[in-house]
Design a protein around this ligand. Structure first.
Ligand code: TXE
Length: 482
């Protein structure tokens, strides 16, 4: 059991009110840590630290700041196994996934943005009698609010570009998953990042998170989380004209065209549905299958999903761990119940697996496949965020596109076909920020990442992140020496 503290102004300290929140391992139900239940007073403390640090930090060159990112990446890499194990214990995800996705990507996020920023060319626009130089200035203090599904992966995705562009940071991780954020603070402390540049404040979203968004001296908010919370964040930040980026929920379509080679793709299609127990905003939770191959596809899907190993997240060959909490599992189970009420049929899963005593209190749920629902049903249009997929038939491609576009979300989609030209023409007609063709979660960190409609606002990734985490200034110079 560890008592995690806030990291403010280069010191690990309790919240001012000295109150704590318990943190649990969702696979076993054991209490593993406490975190500070911070309040607006702690956020003010962190803002004071940023104010003291921001001038000298912003004066460093991008290349000097990128060296700090490389130092953090090197230390994260040394503690790769710690990151993986902590992430698995804190979230319930399989350790193999924590290694290949969370820990690996956290290191590459820091390395990638260090390199990209160093090589970034600021823009010039020449006139016949003057020169325009567009420069990237720091925004100031960045409030980074992150969720529980990919804790360090998403925190590092925001911290790296925010730091390298000269901002000071107040990070507020989910109260459900503080462990790897704490480890990042330990690493930042170990490498000696100037105090006050990076601050980490733990607490409830509606208390501590809200205080970050409300604080008048925090100039930018980068938020990843649920759509409903995103609305609260947007409503609070908008009248303060803060820079804001929202990466919210999704209800992504996986479109299987009739020429798809099912056997060779079924593993990746199932992965897109059930990775991280379906707790990734990009998961394909609605599978739209051409009616001519519907039966053979369903047979292959059920065959493959039935082989997926569910159980101890620390077991090397586990493919499905526990959900983030028993409370969240109940939310997911309520959708399985709703599906049946809406006329659906659960053809696989839907129950809590029988595991040994150690995991009796774990938030485990079998991977679940539901057929026979109307594509406009609530189950098929609302974000469930668990190991649940609905399967739908289509005949014409226009039908598939209309079904895919029929939800309030617009984050991602995947299309499976041997005719990639057709795939790309379909992709352009989907109301999403991202589309994968014959792959899923295949990530080039340079591309824009984000969604439309209720999936969010703005784009991060590559130069889009560097631009978001800076203020552009144009300086137009006319040479008046005659
Ligand atoms: O998200 P929340 P949660 C979806 C998924 C899930 C739902 C809720 O459907 O069931 O969102 O999940 C902080 N002001 N996604 O509870 O509540 C909170 O403390 C400022 C999709 O994780 O949005 C946490 O740090 N901050 C998502 C962060 O916001 C507030 C991944 C996210 O919490 C706040 C996770 C407030 N008023 C869940 N209230 C994705 N896009 O990947 C809460 N927070």
């Amino acid at each position: 059991m560890i008592n995690i503290q806030n990291y403010i102004n280069g010191k690990f300290i309790n919240s001012i009110n000295n109150e704590v929140i318990e943190n649990y391992n969702p696979a076993t139900g054991e209490e593993i840590a406490t975190i500070p239940r911070s309040s607006p007073k702690d956020i003010q403390n962190a803002v004071n630290a940023c104010e003291k640090a921001k001038l000298s930090w912003s004066k460093l060159s991008i290349s000097e700041r990128s060296k700090w990112l490389d130092k953090i990446a090197n230390e994260l890499e040394k503690r790769f196994e710690d990151v993986s194990k902590l992430e698995s214990i804190d979230t319930g995800k399989p350790i193999s996934l924590a290694r290949t996705v969370d820990a690996t990507r956290s290191v590459s996020n820091f390395r990638f943005f260090a390199n990209l920023a160093k090589n970034m060319k600021e823009k010039q626009f020449e006139m016949n009698d003057a020169m325009n130089n567009v420069i990237n200035k720091p925004v100031g203090i960045a409030g980074l609010i992150t969720p529980w599904n990919l804790p360090l992966y998403l925190l590092s995705w925001k911290v790296a570009p925010a730091l390298v562009m000269g901002n000071c940071i107040i990070a507020k991780p989910s109260e459900l998953t503080p462990m790897t954020a704490n480890l990042l603070a330990e690493i930042i402390d170990d490498v000696g990042l100037p105090k006050g540049v990076f601050n980490l404040v733990h607490g409830y979203g509606n208390e501590c998170g809200q205080a970050v968004v409300e604080h008048p001296e925090i100039n930018l908010i980068s938020f990843t989380g649920g759509t409903e919370t995103g609305k609260i964040v947007a409503k609070t930040a908008a009248p303060m004209f803060k820079k804001i980026s929202l990466e919210l929920g999704g209800k992504n379509a996986t479109i299987i065209l009739k020429d798809t080679d099912i056997k060779s793709n079924i593993k990746n299609i199932a992965k897109s549905a059930f990775l991280n127990q379906g707790q990734v905003c990009l998961c394909g939770s609605r599978i739209l299958v051409h009616e001519s191959i519907y039966s053979s596809f369903l047979e292959e899907l059920l065959k493959y999903v039935s082989t997926m190993k569910i159980g101890d997240p620390l077991n090397e060959d586990t493919q499905l761990g526990s959900l983030i909490s028993c409370e969240h599992r109940e939310k997911v189970e309520s959708y399985i119940k709703l599906a049946i009420e809406e006329g659906g049929e659960v053809v696989l899963g839907g129950e809590r697996p029988k595991l040994n005593e150690k995991f009796a209190n774990g938030a485990f749920l079998e991977p679940t496949v539901i057929i026979g629902l109307n594509h406009n049903s609530r189950t098929a249009t609302e974000e469930i965020f668990g190991p649940v997929v609905t399967i739908h038939k289509f005949n014409e491609i226009d039908d598939a596109i209309n079904i895919a576009n029929c939800t309030k979300y617009g984050l991602a989609a995947s299309i499976w076909t041997q005719d990639t030209n057709l795939g790309e023409s379909i992709a352009e007609r989907l109301d999403t920020g991202m589309v994968w063709i014959n792959c899923w979660l295949h990530r080039d960190l340079r591309v824009p990442f984000g969604g439309v409609k209720s999936s969010g606002l703005g784009r991060e990734g590559g130069l889009y992140s560097l631009q978001f985490f800076s203020e552009l200034q144009n300086i137009c110079t006319m040479d008046n020496t005659n």
